[in-house]
Design a protein around this ligand. Structure first.
Ligand SMILES: Nc1ncnc2c1ncn2[C@@H]1O[C@H](COP(=O)(O)OP(=O)(O)OP(=O)(O)O)[C@@H](O)[C@H]1O
Ligand SMILES: [Mg+2]
Length: 117
């Protein structure tokens, strides 16, 4: 299992959700975050020291998936988030040690695969 983290422009969040839906990826968490992407124009110099880097609002997706879903999740975030302008965001893929569905106690692959309710 992997945890796919996508940090995207807020105005692209709906497009990312649509792309995830088309890729049959159903479970994820979304939060508003503030980030800095190393933009030079946001760096200021004060008495010879580089200070004051302002933050941009971003939306962070966290998607826990089994291995067969990793690439399509990355692709969906990329497709939904991309504008080809600087600041389109980043995707990080982390090893995920364990997942538990609280209601049933199912673990790992069984817990990250959606069930019909
Ligand atoms: N190394 C990083 N670690 C954690 N979060 C990051 C990192 N780089 C970027 N981010 C997050 O992603 C957001 C968007 O970054 P951004 O798209 O500007 O990255 P970039 O590498 O500068 O790419 P671009 O050249 O397209 O601007 C940042 O505001 C921040 O929230
Ligand atoms: Mg940037």
């Amino acid at each position: 299992m992997k945890l796919v983290i996508g940090i995207v422009r807020p105005e692209r969040a709906n497009a990312v959700m649509e792309a995830l839906f088309r890729a049959d990826v159903r479970g994820y968490s979304v939060s508003r975050v503030q980030g800095h992407g190393g933009e030079q124009e946001r760096v200021q110099t004060y008495r010879g020291t580089v200070v004051k880097m302002s933050l941009s609002p971003k939306v962070r997706f966290e998607v826990a998936v089994s291995e067969p879903f990793v690439q399509r999740t990355v692709d969906a975030i990329k497709e939904g988030a991309r504008t080809d302008e600087v600041g389109d965001g980043k995707i990080f893929v982390l090893e995920l040690a364990e997942a538990v569905r609280i209601r049933t106690g199912e673990k790992d692959e069984g817990a990250v695969t959606p069930v019909a309710s």
